[in-house]
Design a protein around this ligand. Sequence first.
Ligand code: GRF
Length: 204
Amino acid sequence: MSKTGVNLAVFASGFGSNFSAIVKAVKQNKIKAKSVILVCDKPGALVIKRAQKAKIRVILIRREDFTSRADFEEAIIQRLRNYKINLIALAGFMRILSASFVKLYRNRIMNIHPSLLPDFKGACAIKDAFNHQAASTGVTVHFVDEEVDSGPIILQQEVAITKKDTLVSLEKKIHSVEHKLYPEAIRLFISGKLRLKDGRVCRS
Ligand code: GRF
């Protein structure tokens, strides 16, 4: 992958703080992406306002407008082709992509998850770690495979859970780590420093 050859699509459904962190890194030239678009499935999502403010193109595709997931994904794929997208960053995208979608963009779809995978998979990872009284949790950026919250790990960072932490303070700590880790993982991808060997990510 050449340094200037990445057209990035961020997929998000909600708040969009990771989207904003990625866009900020692009604007600061820390991420050398040729172009960035937002793919969103929720018309009222705050991430759309963030994109409009940052002058990022928004592709809104609602699942409800299609009779099947295959048709919904086909519509997304058509748009990705139009914009020559070759890297997808899932950032709070609340839909599970099909195996055929994953196959089409194999090792070109990243996801961020608020735990040290494989611990605490699922939609309530921060709360689950907190309720479990774990000594620490963390953040994982990984390539997406056919399973949920699974695939070769690109970067992980541990976050301590102290006795003083509340769920809110832990969420804050996790999100501030996310906002550094995701841009860094994308930067590594674009600079060609990520290699896959035996299903694992190596850095050169
Ligand atoms: C993040 O915690 C991310 O790890 C998870 O969904 C959340 C999205 O947050 N996959 P935001 O919308 O980027 O603020």
